[in-house]
Design a protein around this ligand. Structure first.
Ligand SMILES: *Cc1c(COP(=O)(O)O)cnc(C)c1O
Length: 397
């Protein structure tokens, strides 16, 4: 293996070295970093629920009543009534028989995939699947067949030639892709999974709270809840809380409680977090204006960024603006930060080589003036072409 020094030197020289960049606080579409408030286009708190008074109050009450830590894993004595109340609410929210809470979305994907798939089984996954799905696939020891992003013809070819050679088969996708903001063709995936006798698992990390009549996600919006075997989602993004879940059948949940090591061998989420997550589902139900507002302001941003000379396609709150080279993306993000905007430069290996980009994420708390201000800056960047001069990657995360 490459030496650690060589690895760091290589990442430094090609503009892909990452470094932590702590912030002081965040809220209301702003982030404070280095004493300076920036308009925040980097957060996944899409609906602005992380500071919602109902979430804070629910967490505060549970904190006072139960203390901080849960004390043990769920299967030992860390299993509170609150966890079950939350799982019942998630099952209703996702239109499935049951739900199981995991500590993070990462753990949910790794735990579920590794539990469902073993040697002699197969995984067919979208090429842009989240790292946690990829890691779950590696851990599972199943055969891996990535299909080109959202390419249903490619998936069908793979299923025809490879599926018959394996025992169980799992199809993996995200419903709204985390870095590209586009949507998966869920109705076709449901067709294919039925025709080729597979399980279908959909990661709704970026769709939950936003799409569907009740914010249940893109699966809900497409009316496919009954046909998607495993719906994964998180509380950590639009819902403003923390933790994740799988919604599935009674049988699958019973199986996961016994077989998902990421569930079994980890301390339960603290009661205060569970209480906040419960409150987030209630707010999601009671305040549908938040998701309407989010999609409106996102459309406004795409329209204005387009008028400023960028290609800003799509129909979600995640808007990638392509830059190309990592060094350019870094330099331009630093330039935007100096002008008061927090925008994430996304670089390989998170995205394919040569597709470094800004990942704009909008939130329900942005107003037209915020969007207007950043599109002014984006227009100026277009005028400068490749500029400004690249800054050294050490200076910027
Ligand atoms: C964020 C994310 C996860 C991981 O969720 P965490 O709760 O942050 O661990 C999983 N899948 C996708 C697509 C994500 O964007």
């Amino acid at each position: 293996m490459e030496s650690i020094d060589a690895y760091l030197a290589r990442r430094r020289s090609n503009g892909t070295l990452r470094a932590l960049a702590p912030l002081e606080t965040r809220g209301a579409g702003r982030v404070v970093r280095g004493g300076k408030p920036l308009i925040d286009f980097s957060s996944n708190d899409y609906l602005g629920l992380a500071r919602h008074p109902r979430l804070i109050e629910a967490a505060r009450q549970a904190l006072v009543e139960h203390g901080v830590g849960a004390g043990a894993s769920r299967l030992l004595t860390g299993d509170y009534m609150l966890h079950h109340e939350l799982e019942e609410a998630v099952a209703v929210f996702k239109h499935k028989e049951r739900a199981l809470v995991f500590n993070t979305g990462y753990q949910a994907n790794v735990g579920v995939i590794a539990a469902l798939v073993g040697r002699g089984d197969a995984i067919f996954s979208d090429a842009l699947s989240h790292a946690s799905q990829i890691d779950g696939a590696v851990l599972s020891r199943g055969a891996k067949f990535p299909f080109r992003h959202n390419d249903m013809q490619h998936l069908e070819e793979l299923l025809k030639t490879e599926r018959p050679k394996f025992g169980r088969a799992l199809i993996l996708t995200e419903s709204v892709f985390s870095m590209d903001g586009d949507k998966a063709p869920l109705p076709v995936l449901a067709e294919l999974k039925e025709r080729h006798d597979c399980l279908l698992m959909v990661d709704e990390a970026h769709a939950t709270g936003i799409f569907g009549p009740h914010g249940g996600g893109l699966v809900e919006e497409c009316g496919l809840s009954a046909r998607v075997d495993l719906i994964m989602g998180t509380f950590s993004k639009a819902l403003g809380g923390f933790g994740a879940y799988i919604a599935a059948s009674h049988t699958l949940v019973d199986y996961l409680v016994n077989a998902a090591r990421a569930f079994i061998y980890s301390t339960a989420l603290p009661p205060a977090i569970i209480a906040a997550d419960l409150a987030s589902l209630a707010v999601c139900w009671d305040e549908p204006w938040r998701r309407k507002r989010l999609l409106e302001i996102s459309a406004t941003f795409r329209h204005q960024a387009g008028a400023a000379g960028w290609v800003a396609d799509g129909e979600t709150q995640i808007v990638p603006l392509m830059v190309g080279q990592s060094q350019t993306a870094l330099a331009q993000a630093a330039w935007l930060q100096e002008r008061g905007f927090c925008v994430l430069p996304i670089r390989p290996p998170s995205v394919p080589e040569g597709t470094a980009r800004f990942r704009f994420s909008l939130c329900a708390e942005h107003d037209e003036a915020d969007v207007e201000a950043v599109t002014q800056a984006l227009r100026e960047l277009r005028r400068m072409g490749e500029g400004p001069e690249p800054t050294s990657p050490e200076k910027r995360g």
